[in-house]
Design a protein around this ligand. Structure first.
Ligand code: ATP
Ligand code: MG
Length: 514
């Protein structure tokens, strides 16, 4: 890279240039030492660039831990301007992101985003719109985010803006309304949303071959939010709204929602309340501290589906088809191993297991999980369990062979002493499956975010409840418990699973990003 000045030169009184750091849209950046020994970064803004530097002057006295400090704005003997600023030793966010093609650990993305949001909110509070937020202008130093290049882009003239729109690195973060020329601080919210999306997924929401194609996507295409973890979807949907009026009213509001994700995941409720009341935007915390190992998030915070409705339906069809296959295999294996099982009983077992598994899979796919809806789900599952019981009854009437197996001895059990035999029989079928579906949190077995793809614990729990209910709700016989055990195993096998991200290790991350 060719720089205008070489090491040792002193184009600006009071500073000796040490080396060129890089070149950007506005000029060259040098690492320099002041005569007093202070390390600084000097940005040369050439006079011929028609950049109005009033914005920088306006920012000279701003102070924020997440902003690159501006020390001075000077003019050299040739008439060129120099922005004297804090020299940041760390990498820029785009360098860090390039090392993480699948996105950053979520806890880290959250903390860095909060640093960015605090800085941008501070700028907005002081009447400054950044206008050029992008990972290349965000530094990470000792785990702390520092936003740079503010004030400078605020005063870009039209010709510069045109030139800048040609830079593809900038277009990725450009709000749709920029093309209309009528915009406000909401363009920073949009850019922050793009950066958050990129930190979480490793990719920008709109890619393309040319600046024009990307700009067109900003204007017309909805972002594909299935690429980001589900609990972040509502935040990103709002920040990336095409209509600026639908975005967050302030970066503080957006930061509050991001902060709430971490609170829900990690902190007990009362402590979280205290933090929320104390400060509108959380204080700066060193990354090392925040990244202490936290309890693994409960996999029940999905607010919106991570996949589109069409994909959900396709997945469900696949899971239901696989259920039929696995059940057929299990029942066939049973038939091969058992000497005295009848075909009628095998077919009863097959149909009931498929019905029970489908009754678990279907609501599991469409009822997105929210904290605290466990009882509502249990009751809904109880009703579905009752329907499975009716299928069992129907099967019993449909095939006399099953009558012998499933209904048992003909004694109507405990219910038989209260109700007529037929009613007691129907009630026993209904209540056996209703109670079994109520007793377990079946939807967890199908959750995309379950801790393991397959676990024996729910299978054992299903077996336990199956046997306990056999004793409580007679007359039933052992195949009913087998149906529950098979369903618990099969729904896990056929449900899609995403490996949860490993918990961030404080030491490893601190070393890597220090
Ligand atoms: P843009 O002109 O759109 O901001 P850019 O960020 O790539 O694009 P510059 O801001 O001119 O370009 O920065 C040029 C190089 O100098 C980049 O590599 C940047 O990381 C580095 N740089 C800028 N400011 C500082 C600073 N205060 N401390 C250390 N390095 C810096
Ligand atoms: Mg820059």
């Amino acid at each position: 890279m060719k720089f205008s000045y070489s090491s040792g030169q002193r184009p600006l009184d009071g500073y000796a240039l040490k080396r060129g750091i890089g070149k950007g849209g506005f000029g060259e950046v040098y690492f320099a030492l002041s005569d007093g020994g202070k390390e600084v970064a000097l940005k040369l803004v050439r006079d011929d660039q028609q950049i109005e530097l009033r914005g920088v002057a306006q920012c000279l006295n701003l102070k924020h831990p997440n902003l690159v400090a501006l020390y001075d704005l000077r003019r050299d003997a040739r008439g060129d301007h120099w922005v004297v600023m804090e020299h940041v030793a760390g990498d820029t966010l785009n360098v860090v992101l390039s090392r993480h093609p699948d996105g950053l650990p979520r806890e880290l993305a959250r903390e860095w985003f909060l640093g960015l949001a605090r800085a941008v909110n501070y700028l907005h509070d002081h009447g400054i719109v950044h206008r050029d937020l992008k990972p290349a202008n965000i530094f990470i130093e000792n785990g702390t985010v520092k936003v740079g290049d503010y004030g400078l882009s605020k005063s870009i003239g039209t010709s510069q803006r045109t030139r800048q729109t040609e830079s593809i690195g900038t277009v990725y973060y450009m709000a749709p309304e920029i093309s209309t020329g009528n915009y406000n601080k909401q363009i920073d919210t949009y850019a922050a949303g793009v950066i958050l999306y990129e930190m979480l997924s490793g990719r920008v929401p709109f890619e393309g071959e040319s600046s024009g194609e990307i700009l067109m996507k900003h204007l017309t295409s909805p972002p594909d939010l299935s690429k980001v973890p589900a609990e972040w979807v509502p935040i990103l949907a709002k920040a990336l709204s095409k209509n600026p009026a639908h975005r967050y009213a302030s970066m503080a509001d957006m930061a509050r929602d991001v902060e709430a994700i971490g609170r829900e995941r990690a902190a007990p409720a009362p402590a979280a309340k205290k933090v929320a009341n104390a400060v509108p935007i959380p204080d700066v915390r060193p990354v090392g501290r925040v990244l202490r190992p936290q309890p693994q998030p409960e996999p029940v915070l999905t607010v919106l589906p991570a996949v589109s409705r069409r994909e959900q339906i396709m997945e469900l069809c696949g899971s239901m088809a696989l259920t039929v296959l696995f059940t057929a295999l299990a029942v066939a294996l049973w038939g091969a191993l058992s000497a005295n099982i009848t075909v009628a009983r095998m077919s009863g077992l097959f149909f009931l297991t498929v019905a029970a598994s489908w009754a678990i899979l279907i609501p599991g796919k469409f009822w997105t999980e929210r904290r605290g809806d466990s009882w509502a789900r249990r009751i809904a599952m109880m009703v579905l369990g009752g329907l499975v019981g009716l299928v069992a009854l129907w099967l019993e009437g449909w095939s006399p062979g099953i009558d012998a197996g499933l209904v048992g001895s003909g004694d109507a059990g405990a219910l038989g002493s209260i109700f007529p035999r037929q009613v007691a029989l129907e009630a026993s079928f209904f209540s056996y499956y209703a109670l079994a579906f109520f007793a377990l949190r079946w939807w967890r077995m199908t959750s995309r975010r379950r801790p393991q793809r397959f676990s024996f614990a729910p299978v054992l729990a299903a077996g336990f409840w199956g046997v306990v209910l056999l004793l409580v709700v007679r007359p039933q016989s052992w195949p009913s418990a087998v149906v529950l055990v098979l369903a618990a195993a099969i729904v896990q096998l056929v449900s899609p699973w995403e490996q949860p991200p490993p918990p961030p290790s404080a030491k490893r991350l601190r070393l890597r990003y220090a």
